[in-house]
Design a protein around this ligand. Structure first.
Ligand code: 3HC
Ligand code: NAI
Length: 703
């Protein structure tokens, strides 16, 4: 809902507008603003106009929800609004508090004057959505703050403090208080100047002064070509700026419009817009009452000071929350404390942290050896060995010592959270908090909701995730939760292709070229191949019908666990993280193929990519159908923030949509039907088959 209010102060019209929560410039608000401006233009009692947000903010820009649909072009458009401002016969002042971002700042730059509160932030974040500022921003900003500064603002997309531009023509005044009063004054002064014959100042009329335009643009172009290889928007920004600087404002604006449309229609922007909404949707939990009050968490305890326990602790120390770190013995505890200090020291060396902050963070850490010392913590996170019997011991101790109402969390990556909860007398207080390694760096946090987890425990986990700057995604309980359950199919498919004829490096190269940070074999070598081996051995022993991974098992039997043992799917050299193809591994693969009677065939990179990604998609579809994930965009977030899926492709589910689910299902069936193909593996999950038949999609995004 939007609202545009028109009032008069002396001889100045005040147009106060709002479209909560962020005053995005959707159709209704644009329409209201055009009417109010036309009214003020015609109002004989009015000499000047102030545009101000009436809810503490100016505007976060175009309404992103309209993008990709018809509404974005429903008149009056932002372009109509800004050209109306250009032709206003009376001075218009933008009064900015809160934020003026994207189209919001472009609207302000189309006004004759701008006044801002010192706390306000401005920016052109379109690049983060795969777009360029498309309502005159690429033309007006260089004319107000110079080309180099403008490029920095547009290419970073960051919201910036107005203080940075206080002395540029971007602002007539930056004030501490009484924004409206200051804006009215600027309007009055400008109206008086107009009466004496002075022209109204317009950004479009400013001359661009850049002595060596070609050199500057050449430099900018080279920089973004390497930094943003897969993203077309940064280059388009440079092109639009350069075109306008050479050919004048109107030609520049036309070129900007052409490029904006091209980017908007492209897949990269569609993916980035999908991610924008995915990030916000992930915190909404359908059946969690809106008034659920999170529990208060001021003191955290972490059990186990190994790889994960120390990383997890760092997150809380960074957020100023005290951590008690508990271990089995003093040696392990000391090792954990040293590991934590080393991470902070590394940040000091890089200039990211000062020594005082390092000490302040370390002072929040209390190493302990007795459970009695953690009893009053509000949240305890267990990160001990991945053995159910060990988890059982830890949780029965926690049940005995933790104060009532404390949240008991497990960082398990594979074990049954409901089983762990049932060890205690308070299953409602138990939850999974699945951090990813390294836990102080990786953004993803899978919040695993047990069958009995209380609503306020879930709400607390989501609130806390924000505090420690994690992207939280809720998962139901199943083997591997969302991320690892899917990755299991992906890795299995990688191994199947090695059985059929590909080498590990061919598989890795193909998917890395697609954009994954790391292929399945390099990933295995980094994480440790022994983890999967232990799980497989348990599965073989239980008699479950899992396919024997002959090559992978053989490599583990040979002690080739990965980087940590100096060899795995690849060979490694001391002090060198590069993976070198291994003749030993090639021999093991050869032998296994011979034993199975397989004649190896060449597998094309396109088939490798499709099989790996569709393996993820098919399991993702099952996870959606079983309601383990709430929505397809949650699955995408898991893969983007936890598994190095290429950002510009929007995540596996969004990527499948972009290919059309019909095509995905068709190719999957074709993989099942080819000689030696695994027809069962490649049967589309029921949800995928249904959506493919209906012409539907997982994410609601256009194909
Ligand atoms: N359009 C539509 N909805 C928007 C929006 C926008 N431009 N900006 C924010 N929202 C919505 C969010 O989706 C969210 O909705 P929800 O509550 O239903 O999930 C709600 O507003 C609040 O947003 P946040 O959760 O992000 O709130 P914060 O207070 O953390 O942040 C903000 C506020 C800094 C304004 C942040 O939302 C933001 O950066 N927004 C995007 C700004 C942007 O990219 N603008 C450029 C748009 S493109 C453009 O203008 C094109 C033009 O050049 C032609
Ligand atoms: P680790 O072996 O590095 O650390 C485990 C630590 O727990 C050791 O320091 C050990 O001394 C301590 N410990 C064992 N029993 C204990 C007990 N009863 N009381 C107190 N301390 C005890 O293991 P890591 O990798 O940190 O894993 C811990 C948990 O995190 C496991 O459940 C694992 O599945 C999970 N996890 C691991 C990830 C990884 O990449 N390493 C990623 C996500 C989750």
């Amino acid at each position: 809902m939007s609202n545009v209010d028109y009032s008069i102060r002396g001889r100045i019209a005040v147009i106060a507008f709002q479209a909560p929560p962020v005053n995005s410039l959707g159709f209704a608000l644009r329409d209201g603003l055009v009417s109010a401006l036309e009214r003020a233009s015609a109002d004989a009692a009015v000499d000047g106009i102030v545009l101000i947000g009436s809810n503490g903010t100016f505007s976060a820009g175009a309404d992103i929800r309209e993008f990709g649909g018809a509404a974005v072009r429903q008149g009056p458009t932002l372009w109509t609004l800004n050209s109306l401002l250009d032709s206003m016969p009376k001075p218009v002042v933008a009064a900015i508090e809160g934020v003026a971002l994207g189209g919001g700042l472009e609207l302000a730059m189309s006004c004759h004057h701008r006044v801002a509160l010192a706390t306000a932030r401005v920016g052109l974040p379109e690049v983060k959505l795969g777009l360029l500022p498309g309502a005159g921003g690429t033309q007006r900003l260089p004319r107000l703050i110079g080309i180099e500064n403008a490029l920095n603002v547009m290419l970073s997309g960051e919201p910036l403090s107005v203080g940075m531009f206080a002395k540029s023509p971007l602002f007539d005044a930056v004030v501490e208080t009484d924004l409206l009063g200051a804006a009215v004054k600027v309007a009055e002064t400008s109206a008086a100047a107009l009466k004496t014959g002075q022209a109204l100042p317009r950004a479009r009329d400013q001359r661009i002064r850049e002595p060596d335009l070609e050199a500057l643009m050449g430099f900018a172009r080279n920089t973004v070509k390497t930094a943003f290889k897969e993203y077309p928007a940064p280059l388009a920004i440079i092109d639009a700026v350069q075109f306008g600087a050479k050919n004048g404002f109107d030609a520049g604006q036309a070129e900007e419009g052409r490029l904006f449309k091209q980017l908007m229609d492209g897949t990269v922007s569609a993916s980035l817009r999908h991610i924008f909404f995915a990030e916000r949707a992930a915190s909404r939990i359908a059946d969690l009452p809106a008034d659920t009050k999170p529990r208060n968490v001021q003191q955290v305890a972490v059990i186990g000071a190994g790889t994960m326990g120390s990383g997890i602790s760092i997150n809380f120390l960074n957020a100023g929350i005290g951590v008690r770190l508990l271990e089995l013995n003093k040696e392990a505890l000391d090792r954990g404390v040293v590991r934590i200090r080393e991470v902070f020291e590394g940040q000091v060396k890089k200039g990211k942290l000062d020594v005082a902050k390092l000490e302040a963070r370390m002072a929040l850490l209390k190493p302990v050896l007795a459970y009695e010392d953690i009893g009053d913590a509000d949240l305890v996170i267990e990160a001990v060995f991945e053995e159910m019997s060990v988890k059982e011991q830890v949780f029965s101790k926690l049940d005995a010592v933790m104060k009532p109402g404390a949240i008991l969390a497990t960082n398990t990556s594979t074990l049954d959270v409901d089983h762990i909860a049932a060890i205690t007398q308070r299953p409602q207080d138990v939850i999974g908090l699945h951090f990813f390694s390294p836990a102080n760096i990786m953004k993803l946090l899978e919040v695993v909701r047990g069958a009995k987890t209380a609503p306020d425990v879930l709400a607390t986990a989501m609130t806390l995730a924000k505090k420690i700057k994690k992207t939280a995604v809720v998962s139901g309980v199943c083997d591997g939760f969302i991320g690892n359950r899917m990755v299991h199919q992906y890795v299995a498919q990688g191994m199947a292709m090695v059985d059929e004829g590909a080498s590990p490096e061919q598989v890795d190269k193909a998917i890395e070229k697609f954009g994954f940070a790391m292929g399945p074999f390099r990933m295995g070598d980094l994480a440790g191949n022994d983890i999967g081996w232990h799980i497989r051995k348990r599965q073989y022993a239980s008699g479950s019908h899992v396919k024997r991974q002959v090559v992978a098992d053989r490599l583990c039997e040979m002690g080739r666990f990965g980087q940590k043992t100096g060899s795995g799917w690849y060979d490694y050299k001391k002090g060198d993280r590069n993976a070198y193809p291994s003749p030993v591994v090639a021999g093991v693969i050869d032998e296994a193929r011979k034993a199975a009677g397989i004649t190896p065939r060449k597998i094309e990179p396109a088939e490798i990519v499709d099989r790996l990604v569709y393996a993820l998609v098919n399991e993702g579809a099952r996870i959606l159908e079983e309601k383990i994930a709430q929505r397809a965009s949650d699955i995408d977030l898991v893969y983007l923030t936890g598994y190095g899926f290429p950002i510009w492709r929007g995540g596996p589910m969004r990527y499948a949509d972009s290919q059309s689910l019909y095509e995905v299902a068709r190719r999957m069936r074709a993989f099942g039907a080819q000689p030696g193909g695994d027809a069962e593996f490649w049967t589309p999950a029921p949800l995928l088959a249904r959506l493919a038949a209906e012409g539907g999609s997982f994410t609601g995004g256009a194909a």
